[in-house]
Design a protein around this ligand. Structure first.
Ligand code: AMP
Ligand code: ZN
Length: 114
């Protein structure tokens, strides 16, 4: 997707602060952090959101969830707690139409979210 900013980050056409990368996934720092650590985990493949996931993406999404655990350990908030969030659609405030998972840690979070 030529105009997608997260595709551009995945392809390094756009600069970002990458903390993890493999052949399928990139994790980078959110440009407007909502917590002391705020990472975005994305597949390199363009999928516009949760509603566009197919059966063939299940392994990929499982790998992203598994990576959130590894990154939480690396950033030292695995034991005290953290949040993994995916916003879908306008009511949830999804601003970027390339599926992404927010990994937030380093502070206490309220529930329910606003
Ligand atoms: P969402 O509202 O769930 O779509 O979240 C999109 C997130 O992407 C927001 O938290 C933004 O701060 C973040 N974001 C937008 N552009 C960039 C960028 N160029 N680099 C890093 N994070 C970004
Ligand atoms: Zn994209």
């Amino acid at each position: 997707m030529s105009e997608c900013i997260f595709c551009k980050i995945a392809s390094k056409e756009m600069k970002s602060s990458i903390v993890y990368e493999d052949d399928e996934i990139v994790a980078f720092k959110d440009i407007e952090p909502k917590a002391p650590v705020h990472l975005l985990i994305i597949p390199k493949k363009h999928i516009s959101g949760l509603t566009e996931l197919g059966k063939a993406d299940e392994l990929l999404i499982g790998r992203i969830v598994g990576l959130s655990k590894t990154l939480a350990e690396q950033f030292s908030f695995s034991q005290c707690g953290f949040r993994l969030v995916a916003n879908s659609g306008p009511d949830a405030g999804q601003a970027v139409e390339h599926i992404h998972f927010h990994l937030l840690g380093g502070r206490k979070f309220g529930w329910p979210p606003g």
